[in-house]
Design a protein around this ligand. Sequence first.
Ligand SMILES: [Zn+2]
Length: 217
Amino acid sequence: MSIVHHPSEAWLLDYALGNLNEAFEAVLRAHVGVCAECREAIEFAERLGGELLQALPAAGAPGGAREICDEYEQRHAGAAAVSRAHGLGASDDIEQFVQVYLNSSLDALPWRQIGRGLRLCRLSEQDGARMWMLRGQPGTVLPVHGHAGSELTLVLKGAYFCGSEIFRAGDIEDADESTEHRPVITRDGECVCLAVTEGRLRFRELAPRLVQPFVGI
Ligand SMILES: [Zn+2]
């Protein structure tokens, strides 16, 4: 698996610190499981955090620094022994991935057809972050859409284009309020993605806006 697109450093730092809600954490854990480069970045952040802690004065620290240090240690007890950099050992076998992550087979998930060649399955919603899977047939063109918050999309199988960029299995597309895109699934095979989105998607065209309330995207 040759991975080209990674989450930003800010995402990796929040992941290393355990600051993310479950949905974003899960999609990043799946990427980290197959991405050596991001594992290294997380290990670096963990080492740096450990060294900063040791550099803080042990007693009599002004301004509550000691309390911050204690709180950090409590929250991250055992972090040095169990690094978050190891992910969940996701593999490029999609059936195995879905079995491990969702305790289901791909076909048994509650898919809904939302347009020609496109199926969607909502998996969870927590603190305004929705996790869903998307399954598109070769050559399917998705509607143009913008975002009301962050969106991380992990490609599990196949590939899609966004403008001049191509996202393949293992890649993460890191989008936010400034991103408007029209993903196009490549013609060589089905594409399956796991995505986490904050806030509603903003569709430019009428048809997806009309189905939006029914599928909850
Ligand atoms: Zn990566």
